[in-house]
Design a protein around this ligand. Structure first.
Ligand SMILES: Nc1ncnc2c1ncn2[C@@H]1O[C@H](COP(=O)(O)OP(=O)(O)OP(=O)(O)O)[C@@H](O)[C@H]1O
Length: 665
């Protein structure tokens, strides 16, 4: 028969501490949070039996490298210390018999104290119970090897509460040094509802702690009153605030806004554009969202500072707000949300989901209200965070309507809102990519067709959403630029006409070659517009276009060809419907026709919205000079300004590149 008697698990403390250090906590620094938390919880427990008890936690970095954490909490009897401190996973905070309900406490897992072994090789706790004043003080000492000892100190004059003393691990002394302790206490404990202070040397840095008698005193003497005076040459530096900055009383709203802006500067390092109050009573959440003063890359929902029961959970907690809310940084305190065991993330449950929704709602309502207000803040907000507005409009109908009314768009009619485009043209036609817009813009502009550039982040999706909703809501039909729009704009000439103009177009191509521009002949409306200049800035788009052409039927493929990658960087598309162009193509090639073509190039360049560079201006002057002289002499197309005969490119090819022809003539 086998021995079926139940036995207790043995715990290898090294393994557990290693697990905590490497896999649960983000680093050794959390040891201080766990100690603060135990102090605060002990005070909470004492308040249940002694409501008027002192509520202080004092941190004393000592000269021998150890650290004292003294609380005025409930303390422990020998039996409690035996049960609670020596059993991994045992916590008084789940135990309703010990006075208060679990939701009152910060701790719950019964492992927090062990985190001190990440920085200490010995944890000592000297304690006296406030519940049982007759019980003697006790001293519990736990060692990193997993052993502990527990003694009563019947003669010690120890006040109720506990004093934890950590002896640093070799090479990890810096974690217990004054400066580190002060910084960590301020980071984790600045909003704690009890009085937390660190003892620092007067008039010098916290690291310069002088040797003092307390360091070498016997253990019982270290159990100082938690509200005691500082040692000579030292002062208490308070790190906690009695009220969160957003919950404090201020003389007026302006004073509150200033104080919150200051808090934001200290906490996040920026002066906010505005603040949004946050409150989700269901989850005991309160706080503020600060609007960033500068644009940030979209997405991610930002990272936020989260306190649970006023203890810092994390300075960069993600997932609190939806993706579109990347323009705010929040600080919240929650009493109804739960931490994960590491206490560095929020535990996902229904309360968290409801909280996320409510917070998103608060930020969204503020945004809508602000944008509707047409104040200076609204203008500043749109100028800075228009991407966030666009992003929110992708999921939110109200914001979508608002976006159509307030967001400025680049259009071929100038900068307009979508509502303005619709009011003027009865519909909203948009180019979904920047390249498409750039190509179509000059032609559309010349024809008075309004095309909206939807090539920037979110815009194509935003306009597609508007398009999918169908006409109405004051925007008329919203639709992407279609094959029909393009075909109307640029149509190929007939094969006969193409043949007839082959030589002239080829000769013209030579004129434009030094300008890195190809010459193409199409026909389009209006006939008075002789030429448009198409740009090619994006090789990828051209590859896509070529692939599409390979698949497209003949007509569509021809149309696309008007936009397809020219060998050169640009294409000058001549309009065969224009009499000027027809005259130019019919004229015998020469310097005058070359000058005419260059003039068309410059005017098309102007029309495309590109700035005129010095070279282009010189080209214009040179061409005008040739045309003027030819006109004054009554010369024809093929007649050189100097009377000789020449091809389209003129006698000297440099003339094609600039004003050289004029100088030589
Ligand atoms: N300063 C203290 N005063 C009184 N009791 C304490 C103190 N520190 C620890 N204890 C007791 O020891 C128990 C274990 O503490 P520990 O920090 O390991 O876990 P916890 O605080 O209960 O939970 P968590 O792991 O979530 O922090 C506590 O539940 C508490 O009863």
């Amino acid at each position: 028969m086998t021995d079926a008697a139940a036995r207790a698990f043995q715990v290898d403390l090294h393994g557990v501490v290693d697990l905590l250090a490497r896999h649960l906590y983000s680093g050794p620094r959390v040891y201080l949070r766990e100690l603060l938390q135990n102090g605060v919880d002990a005070i909470t427990a004492r308040r249940a039996v002694d409501p008027g008890c002192p509520a202080t936690v004092r941190l004393r970095p000592l000269a021998d490298g150890s650290l004292l954490v003294v609380d005025s909490g409930v303390g422990l009897t020998r039996a409690e210390a035996e049960e609670l401190l020596a059993t991994v996973g045992r916590s008084s905070k789940r135990d309703l018999d010990l006075g208060v309900g679990r939701e009152e406490f910060l701790g719950q897992f019964g492992i927090g104290l062990l985190s001190a072994f990440m920085v200490a090789d010995r944890i000592e706790l000297v304690s006296r119970s406030a519940r049982d004043p007759q019980a003697p003080a006790v001293r519990w000492r736990g060692h990193a090897d997993g052993s502990y000892d527990l003694v009563e100190l019947p003669d010690a004059d120890v006040p109720p509460g506990s004093t934890v003393r950590l002896r640093p691990r070799r090479d990890l002394e810096h974690w217990l040094a004054g400066e580190t302790v002060a910084a960590l206490a301020a980071e984790f404990g600045s909003l704690l509802p009890v009085d937390v202070a660190v003892e620092v040397p007067l008039g010098s840095g916290a690291s310069a702690a002088p040797v003092d008698e307390v360091a070498d005193a016997p253990p019982a003497a270290d159990a100082l009153p938690a509200d005691g005076a500082p040692r000579p040459g030292h002062a208490w530096r308070r790190v906690s605030e009695p009220e969160a900055p957003w919950a404090r009383a201020y003389p007026d709203e302006a004073a509150r806004a200033r104080a919150l802006a200051r808090y934001c500067e200290q906490t996040f390092g920026f002066t906010p554009l505005a603040h949004v109050d946050l409150a989700v009573p269901l989850a005991g959440v309160s706080g503020v969202a600060f609007v960033l003063p500068a644009a940030v890359p979209p997405g991610g929902g930002g990272s936020h500072r989260v306190y649970l029961k006023r203890m810092l959970l994390g300075a960069r907690v993600e997932g609190l707000l939806p993706e579109w809310a990347f323009f705010v940084r929040c600080v919240i305190d929650a009493s109804g949300l739960r931490p994960t065991a590491s206490r560095e993330q929020l535990y996902t449950d229904e309360v968290l989901l409801a909280t996320q929704e409510a917070l998103a709602d608060a930020v969204r309502s503020w945004t809508l209200r602000t944008l509707e207000s047409s104040t200076a803040l609204a203008r500043q907000f749109v100028a800075t965070h228009h991407l966030a507005v666009r992003s929110l409009a992708l999921t939110d109908d109200t914001m979508l309507d608002l976006a159509a009314r307030i967001l400025p768009y680049e259009t071929t009619d100038g900068t307009l809102t979508l509502a303005e485009v619709a009011a003027e043209h009865g519909q909203v036609v948009y180019a979904p990519t920047l390249e498409e817009y750039k190509r179509i813009a000059p032609v559309a502009r010349a024809q008075g067709v309004a095309v909206v550039n939807a090539g920037y982040v979110y815009d194509a999706d935003l306009l597609a959403r508007l398009a999918a909703r169908g006409p109405g809501r004051g925007l008329g039909e919203v639709r992407p630029l279609g094959a029909g729009d393009i075909a109307q704009v640029l149509a190929p000439v007939t094969p006969e006409r193409e043949l007839a103009t082959l030589d002239a177009v080829r000769a013209g191509g030579e004129v434009l070659r030094p300008l890195d521009t190809e010459l193409v002949l199409r026909t389009f409306e209006p006939a008075e517009l002789p030429a448009v200049l198409l740009h090619d800035r994006d090789g990828d788009h051209q590859r896509d276009l070529r692939a599409a052409m390979a698949e497209a039927d003949d007509v569509w493929s021809d149309v696309l060809a008007g936009f397809a990658a020219p060998a050169a960087a640009r294409q000058l598309v001549l309009n065969d419907a224009s009499t000027l162009v027809r005259d130019l193509l019919d004229a015998p090639p020469g310097e005058v026709t070359a000058a005419g073509l260059r003039s068309l190039y410059v005017s098309a360049l102007l029309l495309s919205g590109e700035p005129l560079r010095a070279r282009d201006a010189e080209l214009m002057t040179g061409s005008m000079s040739v045309l003027l002289r030819a006109g004054l002499r009554g010369g024809g197309g093929g007649v050189r300004a100097d009377g000789g005969a020449a091809g389209w490119t003129g006698a000297d090819d440099e003339a094609a590149g600039g004003p050289a022809g004029e100088e030589r003539a």
